[in-house]
Ligand binder design. Sequence first.
Ligand SMILES: Cc1cc2nc3c(=O)[nH]c(=O)nc-3n(C[C@H](O)[C@H](O)[C@H](O)COP(=O)(O)O)c2cc1C
Length: 420
Amino acid sequence: MDNDVFNTTDPLAGKRILLGVSGSIAAYKSPDIVRALRAAGAEVRVVLSAAAAEFVAPLTLQAVSGQPVRTALFAAAEEAAMDHIRLARWADACLLAPITAHGLARLAQGLADDLISTIVLATRAPVFLAPAMNVQMWEHPATRRNCAALRTDGVHFLGPESGSLACGEEGEGRMLAPERIVAELRLALAEKTLPGMRVLITAGPTWEALDPARGISNRASGKQGFAIAQAFAEAGAVVTLVAGPGHEPTPPGITRQDVVSAEEMQAACLQAMENGVEVFIANAAVADHRPAQRSSQKMDKGSLPNPLPLTENPDIVAAMARHPRRPRWVIAFAAQTHDHLEQAAAKARAKGVDMIIVNAIGDGRTGMGASTNHLRMLYAGQMTDLGSGDKLTLARRLVHTLTPLLQHTPPSSRETSESP
Ligand SMILES: Cc1cc2nc3c(=O)[nH]c(=O)nc-3n(C[C@H](O)[C@H](O)[C@H](O)COP(=O)(O)O)c2cc1C
C-alpha cells in the first residue's frame, strides 16, 4: 500500500493565503473567510484598505487570523517586520474578498497607491477576486471594461452572484458566501494529478415510488459519493455526478444531474457515456427492486397491495461494465453488513467490475447515512484498507490511492476473482 495514503489532507492545508479586504459592506464577512481558511489548515495574513477598516475592525481580523493585520503602505514598523515585497513573495495565493468597484479599477490600471494593489502588482502568486457591489456599479461599462482587462491579465474571478444586495436592490453583485469562496479557492489550488480525466459518479439513494406519497428507498445520504466527486474535481478530473434524492450541497467544479429512480439513474449514466467516460464509480445505493405498479394518485390504506408486488430494477453497474463503449475503469461500491469481503468479491465477479470498494454499513454511526466511514479496496485479489474517518478525508485517500492506477495502468483484470 502507498505509504503516504494517510497523509492526504485538505488541498488548502499549509497554503499561505494573503487576504486583501476592501471597503464594501461585505467586508463584515471577511472574518468568516479567515476562519474557514484556517480551519482548512491555511496560514492567513490580512491586509485591509483604509476604507475596509471603516467596515471591519482590524483587531477582529487580527484575532481570527492570529497575525498582525496591515492597513497602510507607509508604516515604518510594519515594513520592518514584513515589507510589502516580502508579503507578495510569501503568498501562495492572493485572495481579494471583497473587492470594490474602485479596487477593480485600481488593479485594471496597474496602480499601486495602497498596500493591497502594490502587493498584487508585486506578486507572482495567482490572484483571486471576489467582487461585491451594487448591481448598477457591477454592470457599469467602466466596471465591465476593468473586469475584461483583469481577466486578460489572468486574474481569477470568484462570483459575484445574484441576490438581494445590501443596498436593497436585487441583482448581480453579491459577494459569494465565505464557504463558497474557500471551496472555489481549494479547488483552484489543489494539485491536478488527473487533469481532464472524465469521471462519472453515482451517489445517494434511489426512490422507487409506489404512489406520490409512498415508495421504497434506503438510508444513503450521498455524502460519500459527493465527497468522492469533490476529491476527483480537486485532482483536476472532469466530474459528472448523478445524484439520487438528498440534501448534499454540490461541491464546486462538478456537473450534477439529479435523478429519482434507478431507471432514471441508469438513463442518466448511459447519456453521460455519450461524452466518453474513462472512470465510472458506482457509489449510489440503488434500490434492487421497485413496486411493480405505480399509482399516480395516493392509494387508500385499504387498497394497498399486500404483499407488495416488486419488479427488479436495472443493474446499472453491470450495464456500464458490459457497455460497448465501456469506461476504462468500472469501480463499484458494496455496502455489506456481514461477511463484507467475501460478498463484495462475489459481487465483483458477477458484474465484471475492475475494482470494488467495500464500506461498512455498521450501526448507523458510520457508513451509510453517517458522516464517517470505513473503506476497503479490492483490486486484483489484493485488499487495501483505507481506514476509517470522515467521508471527505476517505474520498481524498481513495483518489490518492487510485491516481497511479488510473494514470498508468489499464485494469489488470476484468474482475477481482480472489477473495483476500
Ligand atoms: C456604506 C458604504 C458601503 C459601500 N459598499 C460598497 C460596496 O459594496 N462595493 C463597492 O464597490 N463600493 C462600496 N462602497 C464605496 C467604497 O467604500 C469606496 O469606493 C472606497 O473608495 C473603496 O476603497 P477601497 O477599494 O480602497 O476599499 C461603499 C461605501 C459606503 C460608504
